[in-house]
Design a protein around this ligand. Structure first.
Ligand code: 13P
Length: 250
């Protein structure tokens, strides 16, 4: 069976002091979680969060990684830098990166390969916007985004990647995909992985839902057979809310 994984994506929020306070409040609230718990924080917060989570069941994640080992890439961070800072997980291909920072399927694939080669656990984001859903492009698009991003990985490497299906129209809008919509599209992604890498890998790979997931809708979404967790934005910024999402099964 697939172990669920709930990750917070803090986006561009929290100073180191605020990050430390949030994690300290969160620790006792999620200590009995049945799922993997991750917080993907801004790079300036790595040290504070790394110190605060020591000895707890919370894991440290980043929100992006560059594909080169080092060099003239102003503002970027390499996979080895993240590893040295104690980062275990990294979000790649978030729609905000694709939308505002020129991230393409090609650069997403390059980043995924570099992260996996360095031993980071990847949370790969895919998802359609409103126009694409209305034009019935959702299935073709998420299949394409997924397969091109994984290109070049071995089967074993693919099995360890976590995919986050995040419909762009549901991010930060309060609109959530219905339980059935999320389940169906995640099923499409799983089948695409199974077709290319075999049904064992399709059965093993964990696929999260993301997009206005919160304490109220988490139970319904997590009851769906294809949904293995969540990538949480707004509701991950307050410890009580995030802990209710993490403890959806309690
Ligand atoms: P919200 O939960 O704020 O909609 O954000 C989702 C998201 O983008 C997580 O990566």
């Amino acid at each position: 069976m697939r172990k669920p994984i709930i990750a917070g994506n803090w986006k561009m929020n929290k100073t180191p002091a605020e990050a430390e306070a949030l994690v300290n409040e969160l620790k006792p609230l999620v200590k009995d979680a049945a799922c993997d718990v991750v917080v993907c924080v801004p790079a300036v917060d790595f040290a504070a969060v790394k110190g605060a989570i020591e000895g707890s069941n919370i894991h440290l994640g980043a929100q992006n990684v560059h594909f080169a080992a080092s060099g003239a890439y102003t503002g970027e961070l390499s996979a080895d830098m993240l590893k040295a800072a104690g980062v275990e997980y990294v979000i790649i291909g978030h729609s905000e990166r694709r939308q505002y920072f020129g991230e393409t399927d090609k650069t997403v694939n390059q980043r995924v390969r570099a992260a996996v080669a360095a031993g980071l656990k990847v949370i790969l984001c895919v998802g359609e916007n409103k126009e694409e859903r209305e034009a019935s492009y959702t299935d073709a698009l998420v299949e394409y985004q997924t397969l091109i991003a994984l290109n070049g990985l071995t089967e074993a490497e693919v099995a360890d990647v976590i995919i986050a299906y995040e419909p762009v129209w549901a991010i930060g809008t309060g609109l959530t995909a219905t339980d059935e919509q999320a389940n169906e599209t995640i099923g499409v992604i799983r089948k695409a992985v199974a077709r290319k890498y075999g049904s064992d890998i399709g059965d093993k790979i964990r696929i999260q839902y993301g997009g206005s997931m919160n304490p109220k809708n988490v139970k319904g979404l997590m009851a769906q057979p294809e949904i293995d967790g969540g990538l949480i934005g707004g509701a991950s910024l307050k410890a009580p809310d995030f802990s209710l999402v993490v403890n959806y099964d309690k």
